[in-house]
Design a protein around this ligand. Structure first.
Ligand code: HEC
Ligand code: HEC
Length: 204
C-alpha cells in the first residue's frame, strides 16, 4: 500500500471515530440533546446538572455572550472581540445618546451587510453578564431574582422558550454561526430542568 493510500484510509477511520459521539446523542447534526435524552439519569440532581451543562452549549455561545458582556460594551464575532465601532451600554442598554444601538441595527438582519438586527436590539444589564463566567456562575445568576430582572421560574421559562431576542440566536443572519439546536428544543430542555429542581453544575 502506498503512503498516500494508507493516509487516506487513516483519515477515513479517524473521521468515522470522530462522528461516533454525534451519532450516539440521537440528534446528529442539530447539536443539542433533548430533555428525553436525560431521562436515563435517575438521580434528579445529577440529571439537572447534566442538563445545564448541555444548555451551556447555547448560553456560552458567542451569539448569546456578545450581548451579555462583563464590561460596558457589546462584543462581536465568533471570537467575541470588542464591538467595532466602540459603543457603550447607556441607559437601559440602548446605547449612549447619539450612538443608540438602533442607529445601526435595523428591525431585522440585513444580510447584504451582514448586520444583525431585531426590533428591540439592546444590551443585557451588567447584572446579567456571562462573559468569562463558569457554568455554575451563569446558572446562579439566571436563578437570582436580584440579578435576573426579578424573573420567577415561570418567567424564565417563557423568556428562554418564547423571547424573540433570545430566538435571534438561532437566526443570526448571514455570516454568523447560529447557536445549536432549536429554540423549541432548548425551551423544552430548560423547562424540564426547572421542573426537575433547577440544579446547578458544581463550582469549579
Ligand atoms: C455605529 C453603528 C453601530 C452601533 C451604534 C451599534 N452597533 Fe452593534 N454592530 C455594528 C456592526 C457594523 C456590527 C457587525 C460587525 C460584523 O460582524 O461585521 C455589529 C455587531 C454587533 C453584535 C455582534 C453580534 C454577533 O454575535 O456577532 C452585537 C452583539 C452588537 N452589535 C450589539 C450592539 C449593541 C447592544 C449596541 C448598542 C449598545 C450596538 N451594537 C450599537 C454596528 C453598530
Ligand atoms: C441583542 C442582544 C441580546 C442577545 C443577542 C441575547 N440577549 Fe439575552 N438579554 C438581552 C437583554 C437586553 C436582556 C434583558 C431583558 C429583560 O430583562 O427583559 C437579556 C436577558 C436575558 C435573560 C434574562 C435572565 C438573566 O438573568 O440572564 C436570559 C435568560 C437571556 N437573556 C438569555 C439569552 C440567550 C439564551 C441568548 C442566546 C441564545 C441571549 N440571551 C442573547 C439581550 C440579548
Amino acid at each position: 500500500m502506498s503512503i498516500s493510500k494508507s493516509f487516506g484510509v487513516l483519515t477515513l477511520v479517524l473521521g468515522f471515530i470522530m462522528t461516533l459521539p454525534a451519532m450516539a446523542d440521537g440528534h446528529a447534526g442539530k447539536g443539542l440533546k433533548s430533555a428525553a435524552d436525560f431521562e436515563h439519569i435517575k438521580d434528579p440532581e445529577e440529571r439537572g446538572k447534566a442538563m445545564f451543562v448541555e444548555m451551556g452549549k447555547v448560553l456560552t455561545h458567542p451569539r448569546c455572550v456578545n450581548c451579555h458582556p462583563k464590561g460596558e460594551s457589546p462584543l462581536q464575532g465568533e471570537s467575541m472581540q470588542l464591538h467595532q465601532p466602540f459603543v457603550v451600554r447607556g441607559e437601559g442598554g440602548l446605547g449612549a445618546p447619539g450612538m443608540r444601538c438602533i442607529t445601526c441595527h435595523m428591525h431585522e438582519n440585513y444580510d447584504a451587510k451582514e448586520m444583525p438586527g431585531h426590533p428591540v436590539w439592546h444590551l443585557a444589564p451588567a447584572s446579567m453578564a456571562w462573559e468569562g463566567k463558569s457554568l455554575n456562575q451563569i446558572c446562579e445568576q439566571i436563578l437570582d431574582p436580584e440579578r435576573n430582572g426579578g424573573k420567577s421560574h415561570e418567567q424564565l421559562i417563557e423568556h428562554m422558550a418564547e423571547d424573540s431576542l433570545v430566538g435571534w440566536g438561532w437566526n443570526p443572519g448571514k455570516g454568523r454561526e447560529p447557536v445549536p439546536g432549536t429554540q423549541k428544543g432548548f425551551g423544552e430542555l430548560f423547562t424540564a430542568w426547572i421542573n426537575g429542581g433547577a440544579h446547578c453544575p458544581p463550582a469549579l
